[in-house]
Design a protein around this ligand. Sequence first.
Ligand code: PLP
Length: 492
Amino acid sequence: MHKDNQPLIFEITKAGRIGYSLPELDVPEIDLSSHLSGGLLREESPELPEVSELDIMRHYTALSNRNHGVDTGFYPLGSCTMKYNPKINEAVARFPGFANIHPLQDESTVQGAMEMMYDLQEHLEEITGMDEVTLQPAAGAHGEWTALMMIRAFHEANGESHRTKVLVPDSAHGTNPASATVAGFDTVTVKSNEFGLVDIEDLQSKVGPDTAALMLTNPNTLGLFEEDILQMAEIVHGVGGKLYYDGANLNAVMAKARPGDMGFDAVHLNLHKTFTGPHGGGGPGSGPVGVTKELAPFLPKPILVKEDDRYTFKYDVPQSIGRVKPFYGNFGIYLRAYTYIRSMGPDGLKAVTENAVLNANYMMRRLEPYFDLPYKQHCKHEFVLSGRRQKKLGVRTLDMAKRLLDFGFHPPTIYFPLNVEEAIMIEPTETESKETLDSFIDTMIQIAKEAEENPEIVQEAPHTTVINRLDETKAARQPVLRYIKEEELVNA
Ligand SMILES: *Cc1c(COP(=O)(O)O)cnc(C)c1O
């Protein structure tokens, strides 16, 4: 339940009120018009808000209290891994020796930071089973694109620039076809079979001499582990293509199975999901890419290497695709991921996977009697329900998602994946207690009953939030990010 559901009074200006106190001017005042010409000088006051320091403090604190975050409530947003981010990560990221260094410092003065990065690379190589890792990419999608650019460079170096097609199953994450397109490839969609897995016959019929790569999201966006990976690897490698593993949600398989052992040539990870980098406000993220020896010559430069006992950045990498991120990537996220990996240890990382999968299956089986479950087999880190039973009663998935807000829960991912009608994609993550899981399940069951007995209460939800339903598309596409006076906003 929201603590303060009073409407926020946005216009708190009082003419003449100020939020600062400055000493009296003790230097000559300058005439700005002699410095600014050509209409640059304002003719009228900008009409900024006039508020006291206390007013502004309360205004922003009240706004911040209206955010829903992992630290304030359960956040089962499918495919986003909104799990708890341990606070020890923050403590380490704030060590002055890390927080106060500058990327232009001489290498000799930042050997410790470079050692941490090198060690993180080695841990990620071990976790993924790949030969080399670059930390540079700033997000999962950026990692996908980086890997595809390397695959492209590899084919070109072999005189095979006719490989222009990237195969993407229809159960892939939405960023996969987008990255392939941005990397200059044509995407070819591979169909799923009745079990929600890649249709091998369809794949077979679509590979050929123009195949550059197959991008596999595993587990796929239905939360299902692809069973025929070895066969897919044989098919794609058989025609000279490369295999790419979308490992954003590695908490489904970590310390149990490794993309490198399955035959993949490249994989990206999301340090801001599985490895507890805080995310959800647009970053910073980190999407390291691991590759086989064969693709390693094309890694983005500079490459962090260890020579004797010194760490250094190597720039002389003739086949490199070049730099993909200024400086060395999002260093603060490396520190958090590194702290996480080191504090969990191999057994801890295995327990993460086991609990992520157990929590998702527990929730799926308890909800199965109340919602349609299109794919019945056990899931990995997440599962997808369909709201089509409720839709027949006039209650849509969107309505149920909004109703969850009344109980203080962040809604799951909805209407994705596209191949499930009225999809509800739930990822509980491994960090939640059984009590929290039960409380969410009981609420979902209550909403399913309301859909039958009292549909209006769901159709008109939310009831307890500050404002009713937002137009999310408009809020994202036409955000109002600067101060606009209330009268003007109404007319905007
Ligand atoms: C989140 C996610 C991505 C994209 O990661 P970003 O950091 O948001 O770019 C890619 N694939 C899968 C499976 C994901 O869950």
